[in-house]
Ligand binder design. Sequence first.
Ligand SMILES: C[S@@+](CC[C@H](N)C(=O)[O-])C[C@H]1O[C@@H](n2cnc3c(N)ncnc32)[C@H](O)[C@@H]1O
Length: 316
Amino acid sequence: MNERVHDCSDDGQDGPRQPVHRPVLLHEVVTILELREGLVVVDGTVGAGGHARAIVQGIGATGVLVGLDRDSEILTSARAALADAAASGAEARVSLHHLAHSSMHEALAAAGQPRCDRVLLDLGVSSLQLDRPERGFSFMADGPLDMRMDATAAVSAADWIASATEVEIADTIWRLGEERHSRRIARRLVEARRRTPIVRTAQLAALVVEAMPGAARGGRIHPATRTFQAIRMHVNDELGELRRGLEAALACLRPGGRLAVISFHSLEDRLVKHFLRERCDVVTKKPIVADEAEIRGNARARSAKLRCGIRREDAA
Ligand SMILES: C[S@@+](CC[C@H](N)C(=O)[O-])C[C@H]1O[C@@H](n2cnc3c(N)ncnc32)[C@H](O)[C@@H]1O
């Protein structure tokens, strides 16, 4: 799975389409990571390479950037973005890997690095993924109901909806989407799948809208936003991955090394906050959020929260 060698966010499907290469909280990430010549940096969610471009410039010719993404397709964009950076004078060694961030030790070993000095995790899904209907993440355009970040993973969203019980569907949509109409939606999906398999994003979106009481259909966000977010997080086990990724980061960082995480979901942010409090020296007492100018230019930045911690000498 290893290979050598945008704007990304959570489910910001309700806002207008944004230009693609717009990394969230870029200046804040570069500042909090305290980049300098020669550092070994892991970008565990390299995506389209927006943050990675700035990182390679910050670590100079003697630095090493190890980038990972679960999505092999998106690594093509990262490779292109980083080739541009190299052409513009930053010559840090770059090593890209089709791996989950929980496997960062494997990527570091493949790059010949026993440990690293910095880790960045920018969670959620990329707009490059959202903007491609064939990946099945979006209710904005019809496509197969897939939602797997890693196309080699076994279970797609359609598979899960076909096999989960009504209670499992309702609980997932409630827990990961904080969708108050979760039970009505689950009931509607289970009724509908008895007649026809639910295999398209437009089909799922229409069923969710039908399940909602009339008054709930006209809010600020599309009525299917929370359900799509929950199913995507479940299919990709995003909270489980985050737990494993944080542990992996701590194991790979040198003492004194920095871990920065951008999250877009309250459950993710809570997990990161507690992990940093218990296991690291916290740099950000409060999460860093986007300022109004960034939110005006990029609606997806509005729910981003950046937290950072330092690995202690005695960290397990
Ligand atoms: C918000 S985007 C990252 C954007 C990137 N920072 C940039 O500036 O272009 C999130 C990316 O993380 C990837 N991803 C999500 N969970 C992952 C995981 N557990 N391991 C590796 N990559 C993951 C997604 O496939 C997506 O490409």
